[in-house]
Every structure is written in C-alpha cells, then in structure tokens.
Design a protein around this ligand. Structure first.
Ligand code: HEM
Ligand code: NAG
Ligand code: NAG
Ligand code: NAG
Ligand code: NAG
Ligand code: NAG
Length: 326
C-alpha cells in the first residue's frame, strides 16, 4: 500500500471514531425532534402515579431488568410469539408490573411525534420521573437509546440476579454489566421501596438446607414474624410483603439499617453484608446524610442506564413497545 492509502485509512478511522463518539446518549436528545417528549412523560407520570404510587417501585425495577439483558433497549417489554419465549416469561421477570403504564405513555408520544421516541428511553424517563414524583432521588437521564429487536427468556434467566444469589454471583452478574461493588450496594438500595412475593424468600423461613430449617443469616424474630403473619405456608406465590417494612414507600436509608440487623429480606440482600467491601459501603452510607445516598444512587442509576445502549442507526424505534416493528 502507498502512503496515500495509509493516510486514507487513518482519516477514515478518525471519522469513524468521531461518528461513534457522537452516537452516544445525550441530555435532551429529543429537544429538536420531539421537543415536548420529556414534558409529556413527566406530566403523565405526575398525573397518574399518585393513583398507584406502588408502581414507582415496579417501574424502576423494570428499568433494571431491561438494562441487564441486552442493554437498556426495551427488550423487557416485548411479548412472546409463536416461535420465541421473550424475557417477560422468565421467572425473575414474571412479577414485573407496569407494562400498561408504559404503553399509555408511549401512545401519547406516538400521537405527538410518530416513530421518534424509543421505548427504551420511555422506560428510563418514566422510571426516573416516577421515583421523583413519589419523593425519591433525582438522577439524570441522557437519551438517544434505540429499541432492540430480540428478547429471549434464556438471557433473562442467565443475566438477572435471583433473590437466591450469593455474593459471588451478584458480583459477577454486575461486573458483566460494567457495574462494580459500589454500584451493587447503591442500586440494591432501591429495595427501600416496593414489595416482594413470599416465594422469593420462603426457603429462608421453612426449609433452608432441606432439613426444615431457617436461614441462620436471617434475624429469627423477623423470620418468626413473617411466618406467623405473612408467609404462613412454604409454597405461597400469591401473598406480597413489604421489602422495607414500615417505610416501603419512602426512599430512605432504612434498607441499609435493616441489612445490618440481619433483616434484609432476600439472600441476595443479606449477601451484601458477607463481604467486607460491600459491608463497609453500607456502613458508610448509614453514616452520611440521606442526600449523600441520593447523590451516589443517582450516579449509579445513570451508569446503569448506559449499559450496552444502542444508538445512532442501531436497532429501531418500536411503534408498539410489546412488538418488534415488522
Ligand atoms: C442485586 C440484585 C437484585 C436482586 C436479586 C433483586 C431481586 C428482586 C426480587 C426477587 C424482587 C421481588 C419480586 C417479587 O417477588 O415480586 C425485587 C423487587 C424489587 N426490586 Fe430488586 N433485585 C435486585 C436489584 C435491584 C435493582 C438494581 C433495582 C433497581 C435499581 C431493584 C429494584 C427493585 C424494586 C423497586 C422492587 C419492588 C418491585 C415492586 O414493588 O413491584 N432491584 N427485586
Ligand atoms: C455461589 O452460587 C453459585 C451459583 O449457585 C455457586 O456455583 C457457588 O459455588 C456459590 N459460591 C459460594 C462462595 O457459595
Ligand atoms: C425440605 O426439603 C427437603 C429436600 O428438598 C424435602 O425432602 C422435605 O420434604 C422438605 N421439607 C418440608 C417441610 O418442606
Ligand atoms: C403459583 O403456583 C401455582 C401452583 O404451583 C401455579 O400454578 C401458578 O402459576 C403460580 N403462580 C405464579 C404467579 O407464579
Ligand atoms: C402483549 O401481551 C399482552 C399480555 O398478554 C397483551 O395484553 C397485549 O395486547 C400484547 N400487546 C401487543 C401489542 O400485542
Ligand atoms: C419467585 C420466583 O419466581 N422465583 C424464581 C426466580 O428465578 C429462579 C431462577 O432464576 C427460580 O429458580 C425461582 O423459582
């Protein structure tokens, strides 16, 4: 090759680099293409979340599940088809709520600017606005995510941590997404709001090692309480329990307080106290004011929202969030 071709390669390489760095998320991505998009979302959330404040928890969890499988690309919203079992039907996903809420927002966005605002950005913005509207922390949501075309049951199973995960598994699954131990502790802090089905933790109450025993890592008074008042049978997959009893609607530090009292509800919650690094993050958070937790949580949420996003010409803008465009 002559000098000219080398030069051409370098120039095209640089152009490619510039193009790829331009195709990143940015704050206000829709400010020209659909200027009212973010306002429409925020207004809808502010108007409707108060009828069902518990949805705020469901919606931030939906965002988490979306981002952990194929990146934040709304693959969590896709319905199964005759030849494909979608993420939605995987066990850790079964209890996700709020699909309808997203669909209603999306139809408003489609009415305003058809084919412009992605379902992935819709989830991210709705999750943030719902948490803010119910008194929780604010975080920045740069936009420009595009929607994926693939949603697989098996990938949800493989990537989303289960409530039975130990520390090593949690660390690995988060590291696979570019999230570190600090992110693990902070993002788990979302369990300060919301509810769980008994079946996500009754093994800890009734038959932990197959000998009819309890998990020794769970406070025995709390366990007894759960058994007599809430999850009275070993195989109850209907009853729901507040994950942060007493303040399950308030985005506060009490999740971390409970962890240190051995009252984290899931094995995965308790696991955070089994490692010196994560345990020390928990202690540090409890020593600071709530606003420090909010500020740190915001950084981890922004980071989570960037996981393997599709931008530029990748993916598509789905018309209906539950179906890939044909
Ligand atoms: C660290 C690994 C995690 C595990 C193993 C886990 C597991 C779970 C499980 C099993 C439930 C209850 C599901 C049910 O039985 O109905 C739940 C609920 C919830 N999770 Fe997580 N989670 C994790 C991380 C996260 C993250 C990163 C977030 C958000 C940033 C989050 C937010 C929530 C919320 C808000 C709820 C309550 C949902 C509702 O009220 O509908 N979780 N989680
Ligand atoms: C954690 O769980 C994984 C998967 O169930 C298992 O393979 C591993 O041995 C466990 N690690 C520890 C330290 O218990
Ligand atoms: C506990 O688990 C073991 C092993 O899976 C099973 O044989 C036993 O029947 C269970 N006991 C109860 C009370 O569910
Ligand atoms: C609850 O368990 C029953 C019986 O095992 C099963 O038929 C049903 O589908 C389960 N429901 C959920 C929501 O998992
Ligand atoms: C997706 O599935 C849900 C639940 O089965 C159904 O109500 C909804 O109409 C489906 N959406 C589309 C666009 O097919
Ligand atoms: C409550 C519930 O559905 N638990 C399931 C969570 O997912 C794991 C696999 O990831 C199943 O083994 C549990 O039964």
């Amino acid at each position: 090759m002559g000098r000219v071709s080398y030069l051409a390669i370098i120039i095209f390489g640089l152009l490619g680099f510039v193009a790829s760095t331009q195709a990143q998320l940015q704050l206000g991505f829709y400010s020209k293409s659909c200027p009212r998009a973010e306002k429409i979302i925020q207004n809808f959330v502010n108007e409707h979340i108060h009828n069902a404040p518990s949805l705020a928890a469901a919606l931030i969890r939906m965002h988490f599940h979306d981002c952990f499988v194929r990146g934040c690309d709304a693959s969590v919203l896709v319905n199964s088809t005759a030849n494909n079992q979608a993420e939605k039907v995987a066990p850790p996903n079964l209890t996700i709520r709020g699909f309808d809420f997203i669909d209603r927002v999306k139809s408003l966005l489609e009415a305003e600017c058809p084919g412009i605002v992605s379902c992935a950005d819709t989830i991210a913005l709705v999750a943030r606005d719902s948490i803010v509207a119910t008194g929780g922390p604010f975080w920045r949501v740069p936009t420009g995510r595009r929607d994926g075309t693939i949603s697989r049951f098996s990938e949800a199973l493989a990537n989303i941590p289960s409530p039975f995960s130990n520390f090593t598994t949690l660390q690995t699954l988060f590291a696979n997404q570019g999230l570190d131990l600090k992110d693990l502790v902070l993002l788990s802090g979302a369990h300060t709001i919301g509810v769980s089905h008994c079946s996500s933790f009754t093994n800890r109450l009734y038959n932990f090692t197959g000998k009819g025993d309890q998990d020794p890592a769970l406070d025995s008074e709390y366990a007894a309480n759960l058994k007599t008042r809430k999850c009275t049978k070993p195989n109850d997959n209907v009853t729901i329990v507040e994950m942060d009893p007493g303040s399950f609607r308030t985005f506060d530090l009490s999740y971390y307080t409970l962890l240190l009292k051995r009252r984290g509800l899931f094995q995965s919650d308790a696991a955070l106290t089994t490692n010196p690094t994560t345990k020390s993050y928990v202690t540090q958070l409890l020593q600071g004011p709530l606003k420090n937790f909010y500020a740190e949580f915001a950084l981890s949420m922004e980071k989570m929202g960037r996981i393997s996003v599709k931008t530029g010409a990748a993916g598509q803008i789905r018309k209906h969030c539950a179906v890939v465009n044909s």
